[in-house]
Design a protein around this ligand. Structure first.
Ligand code: ZN
Length: 494
């Protein structure tokens, strides 16, 4: 057993090293690479991922896993290693069931479909995308039949992005949320929109970066364990233990946008930066729970960042960096941060109507994978649902069904995790207030790091050791419910 475990650890480490080299290249390509170096880097990326693939599917690796997964061996391992063996064996077994020729075709079709989506969106012509989307849907179904022949396709897809989550649970909580939000959104929309013209102006990129660093430091991003850069879309990436990086993008006319992206990505990064050292070299560091991950970024972005008290201790410092804001009272700044209006595009949506954008996508995915609705009928179904849920109807498919890239590369089942994250946040907010007292007080006194410490201790240190359902049970001692999130919205916007 000792020898087998040692050998397994060597294997696993080698795979992680290939992965790290690939991640480093990917980071470089998205933040710094000159255009003409891209082809050569893609070739290297291909090399590292092939080498990792060979190791992860080798007979020897499979034997090591089955040996260690025997009950008498597994029981001797610590929590982190136990999880690693179980997860690796599951993936190994799944992968071995997929015919190589199918897999190669699937990967190639994903790339083709992504490309077709880009072109179709740009030309606003669904007919370019339709045959590819249709093929990606049928290939996804086939792929799931290979890896989990006994299970329902959509359940497997949901579980891929949020382990332990199922459509029955999601149906219940999304329905509860939908019923509560419909009248609230109508009520908010009937009020006049605030006049925010005082914010207009140019805010230079260098100053926006300084504000970003100030906010990151403020919420608890650890610059000894991470760094920042600029990219087209903001994202968070983990290179290895102790190196979690985030990016931001800047628009000279929209300084608030880069502030909130920084807070959001900062939340993701704080999670990854604080996984306990005792899980180094285990699968605990690989957080495959997208709902839980999103709950952390959205907690900082919405529950904290959209609260006026968050800004009280730092607003003066920010106006020193952006003198244009000196004429903008904090109350007006907050109005700008909390405008709620139904709109067509998910990524531009406010915290309230955002929920409806996700419920729509979840219902669409169920129509695709459970009701088997023909692909040609999907754009019209989308538009109908937009009208029903948000009261607005897209004039084109580019601002309708083709706005997100997720489906073009087969990421079905991913969308619900964004909203699950917010639902978890409602519960976490309630629990924090119960244990630490009023969030408003903590924030206004500049003690936000007390909240970060609480999250470090209750959630971050464990990485992906527990599923989200388990985390909420351990931390909040409750089943998942949308009620706390609804209470938060009602209290804030009613
Ligand atoms: Zn995110």
């Amino acid at each position: 057993m000792e020898q087998t475990l040692k050998k397994f650890k060597e294997y696993y480490k080698r795979m992680k090293q290939y992965e790290q080299a690939g991640t480093m290249l990917a980071w470089d390509m998205q933040t710094a690479s000159p255009k003409d170096s891209v082809d050569s880097k893609i070739e290297s990326l291909g090399f590292f991922s092939t080498e990792k693939f060979k190791l992860s599917t080798s007979e020897e690796y499979g034997q090591l896993l089955s040996e260690l997964a025997k009950t008498e061996n597994l029981s001797k391992l610590d929590d982190g290693m136990k999880l690693t063996i179980k997860r690796e064996l599951r993936d190994y077994t799944r992968f071995k069931r997929v015919p190589e020729a199918f897999y190669t075709e699937f990967v190639t079709e994903k790339a083709r479909s992504e490309h077709a989506w880009e072109e179709a969106k740009q030309k606003d012509d669904f007919s370019i995308y339709e045959p590819h989307l249709d093929k990606i849907i049928s290939m996804t179904k086939e792929f799931v039949h290979y890896i989990e022949p006994e299970k329902d396709v959509y359940e497997v897809l949901l579980d891929m992005y949020e382990e332990g989550m199922d459509s029955h649970t999601i149906d219940t909580i999304f329905e509860e949320l939908k019923e509560g939000l419909c009248p609230l959104i109508k009520k908010i929309t009937s009020r006049p929109e605030p006049d925010l013209s005082v914010l207009n102006g140019k805010y230079d990129v260098l100053s926006q970066k300084r504000v970003q660093d100030l906010l990151l430091e403020y919420i608890g991003f650890n610059f000894d364990r991470g760094t920042t850069a600029e990219s087209v879309h903001p994202f968070t990436i983990t290179l290895c233990h102790g190196d979690v990086r985030i990016t931001n993008s800047y628009d000279e006319e929209a300084p608030i946008s880069s502030m909130f992206s920084a807070i959001h990505e900062g939340g993701h990064a704080i999670f990854e930066q604080n996984i306990s050292d005792k899980y180094i070299g285990t699968a605990v560091e690989q957080i495959n729970l997208m709902g839980l991950h999103e709950s952390q970024s959205r907690f900082y972005e919405n529950m904290l960042g959209r609260n006026k008290n968050f800004w009280i201790p730092v607003y003066d410092k920010i106006t020193e960096i952006h003198p244009q804001l000196k004429k903008v009272p904090l109350d007006v700044f907050m109005q700008a941060v909390n405008v709620v209006r139904p709109s067509l595009i998910r990524v531009d949506a406010d915290e309230v109507t955002y929920c409806m954008h996700i419920i729509l996508r979840y219902e669409m995915e169920k129509a695709i994978f459970i009701d088997n609705i023909p692909t040609k009928d999907l754009p019209e179904l989308w538009n109908k649902k937009m009208l029903e849920l948000l009261g607005v109807r897209p004039k084109s498919d580019a601002e309708g069904i083709m706005q997100d890239m997720h489906w073009s590369d087969g990421s079905f089942g991913y969308f619900p995790s964004y909203l699950l994250g917010s639902i978890y946040d409602g519960m976490l907010l309630e629990q924090i207030e119960e244990e630490l007292g009023s969030i408003d007080d903590i924030l206004s006194k500049g003690k936000i790091k007390e909240i970060t410490l609480w999250l470090n201790e209750k959630i971050h240190q464990y990485g992906s050791l527990y599923t989200s359902k388990e985390v909420l049970q351990r931390v909040c001692h409750k089943e998942i419910s949308a009620r706390p999130l609804l209470d938060y919205f009602t209290k804030k916007y009613n």
